[in-house]
Write a protein that binds this ligand. Sequence first.
Ligand code: DOR
Length: 432
Amino acid sequence: MSADLAITNGTIVDADGIRRADLRIENGVVVEVGEKLDGDTVIDADGLVVSPGFVDLHSHLREPGDEEAETIQTGSRGAALGGFTACVVMPNTNPAIDSLAVVQQVLDAASDALCEIVPAAAMTIARAGEQLAPMAELVRAGVRIFTDDGTGLQNARLMRTALEYAGGLNHLTDGFDVVLAQHGEVESLAAGGVMHEGEWSSVLGMPGQPAEAEELMVMRDIALARLTGGRVHFQHVSTRGSVSMIRAAKEAGLAITAEATTHHFTLDHSACQTYDPAFKVHPPLRTEDDIAAVKVGLLDGTIDAIATDHAPHTRQAKERPFLSAPPGMLGLETAFAVANTELGADIEQLVRLLSVNPAYIAGIDDRHGGRIEAGRPANLTVLDLDEEWTVTGAAMASRSTNTPYEGRTVRGRVRHTFWNGDHVVDMGEATR
Ligand code: DOR
């Protein structure tokens, strides 16, 4: 019999709730959940939480094309350290993930990854917003999420067509409704803006992006979801108005889901007064009032998932002046701790937001999220909810260091991560 591993004395938190139990892993699969289990290797999880591995709906791992900032291997190492066992990787690569060949290139590059890499494909060729990508072909190759992330799809007619077309593809997916994930930003209103348009952009004399640039796109796509019956996922929701519209659309029964990033519920636009490009991001950091609304949205289920929008940029790029530096922040290694420290959610809610719901949205809930039970792949993370640590960009596994939380003390640490039973993080250290 092959060597097995037991995790004992832990508190299991999964889609079923919370319970005390041991579990045993063999050949990459959970083979037993029960009491007083033993194994060739035993991890004592007394005082710790054992949960399904986290799923990030929004990672930029920069491969192909910008490997100086991140690679799939370095990004997935950061993901594993952050408790993630799957990352949906965004297609704003170079070239964009808009064809079978590039999907295959990403999957090939993922052969030495430390978590599952799930490519999202572009909705339009080269993310140019003009011509739909070969969606059926990409769905046949396993793609379930389409997005032009980094930019929103501006053309309402093309968005309507994409929704109608995607709606006809579920014969290829065992009935799973393909997701169109939208970066909510009306370009004509947002163009030129480098931060939120409001009090601080006036004080600092920097061009702003109004909340309405996001809200108009959210409003439009709710209308198009109603018109077509299509499934829309709103990425990095950042304003009170967006949260309210999504709440109303869900109450009306539309097939809508949404994510929020940790930075949009923990940092506000006043951070830009330092002129530090670490705080430049799209959509921009908003107001205290928006933060309060995003938090309520996460806590009451309006927003389904916490996503990272992990966006590494090289030191040279982020050292440019605020006006010309690229937008984006690291997130994979801090998401759990920041959410645990600041959201005011209990651990069951956090596991729903970081694992159960995003696994379902991405269509990978057969192997991520869900319940910890015999027969499921061992995609797990073991968490210390109380350990405090200080965020340091230079200490991260990422090739880049652009964390907006530099020097901040946070609570909650990932002790172990198992991906298909592979012990990729052991006592807080990556094993490869
Ligand atoms: O700030 C951002 N950076 N927002 C995005 O949507 C894209 C991302 C990136 O790729 O750098």
